[in-house]
Write a protein that binds this ligand. Structure first.
Ligand SMILES: [Zn+2]
Length: 94
């Protein structure tokens, strides 16, 4: 099975990556909202870490690793929207 996912880690910022999922991964994605797809070392990192395809309720799928102690994921498109909202709030507040 294939899904299109936003990939800001390895792909160009505005392109979606085609991710091939096994039946098991598709099931995990549906049940948990994320599924591990590969392990990679990002530039500047010492060790490879697992990456996941994650479902955003607003934007569909994106690729991310688990952040921080609480191991959360951040949708890049939600993050963009939050940044825009912050700018708008700052302008309004002055
Ligand atoms: Zn989102």
């Amino acid at each position: 099975m294939k899904v299109q996912a936003v990939d800001r880690h390895f792909g160009s910022p505005d392109r979606k990556r085609m991710v091939h999922l096994s039946f098991r991964q598709m099931l995990e994605l549906k049940v948990f909202g994320y599924a591990q797809i590969f392990t990679r070392t990002k530039q500047g990192w010492r060790h490879p870490v697992p990456f996941y395809v994650v479902e955003c309720k607003d934007h569909g799928y994106f690729i991310d690793y688990a952040h921080g102690y609480r191991r959360y994921f951040t949708c890049p498109l939600c993050r963009d929207r939050q940044k825009r909202e912050m700018v708008a709030v700052k302008k309004a507040v002055g």
